[in-house]
Design a protein around this ligand. Sequence first.
Ligand code: ATP
Length: 338
Amino acid sequence: MTEKPAAGEELLLDVRDLAVSVPVGREQRPLVTDVSFGLPVGGSLGLVGESGSGKSMTARAILRLLQRDAKVSGSVRFEGEDVYGMSKSRLRAWHAREVGMIYQDPRAHINPLRTIGDFLTEGLRQSGVSTSDAYEQAEALLKRVGVGNADVRIRQFPHQLSGGLLQRVMIASVLLMKPKLVIADEPTTALDVTIQEAVMVILDEMRRAEGVSLLMVTHDLDLAAAVTDRLAVVYAGRVVELGASATMHEDGIHPYARGLLASRPSTSCKERLKVIPGRPVAAFEAPSGCVFADRCDLVEDVCRTDRPSLREVATHRVACHRADEIVADRAPVVGGRA
Ligand SMILES: Nc1ncnc2c1ncn2[C@@H]1O[C@H](COP(=O)(O)OP(=O)(O)OP(=O)(O)O)[C@@H](O)[C@H]1O
């Protein structure tokens, strides 16, 4: 499935038929298959799915950050440029200036032996900005992302900062380079609930103020829906539904998307939480027909034999043989938040 931009909409990122496999023993193991989506300039998209569904692999494949022996097919275009056709020097410059990645665990990505200021200003200094100007910009940005006493923090080492503060430092380090695209991979999972919200507000503000495009990778459908325009629900390395966050949040069509919606905890609803039966599978474990067939309560013969492709159903794109029936017969999702 390919995606055409809406009229007047320019795509920053165009991912088509992306597939990733890695060698494990003697076999080549598929981890991502047929992922396609477009991200407009200044737009945002959430890649949502359970653990092991291939979200992080997809994100890393987009940035061409996979292990050397990974095989990638399909195409990733950034402002029309083929990411996998970039020379090494072009790729380095692209990573340094045009795209940024925010990881789940900032401690694993910030050198513990260097001060926060040294870490933050490295990219700017390398691109020719004087040390004093780089420090000035870094301090200003730390303040903007809510780091109090920025003048003190900038001289401290990572172990002197809490996880929440360090995540803000990582966001600041990415924003300092004024990238066009930020990929945030579970940026709040390691944080306390109260800090999670503050970090999401920062990401949202950054996107609006700077016109940065955001690709957010998360297992949390509510969180993704709150900060992104569109959601791609991923299961077993495939996008099974793509649609506007607002409608997906209330009215997903694919049985897996509906299962995710129904299994969210709610403080107001007294009904028991619905649980999707079985366990999530990775792409290499998926059945040959519909990847969700083994867990789907609407499964029928065709689902076991034919893999459904992503097609337009109502206002979404859905990979389900029974999507039209589901839309015609749509009952409200039970157990989700109002
Ligand atoms: N280098 C690797 N070699 C083999 N299998 C891998 C490798 N990296 C990841 N996998 C497997 O690929 C599948 C997808 O992993 P991925 O990290 O993309 O999932 P995810 O959806 O991001 O989940 P999580 O949130 O748990 O990271 C998982 O089954 C994982 O075990």
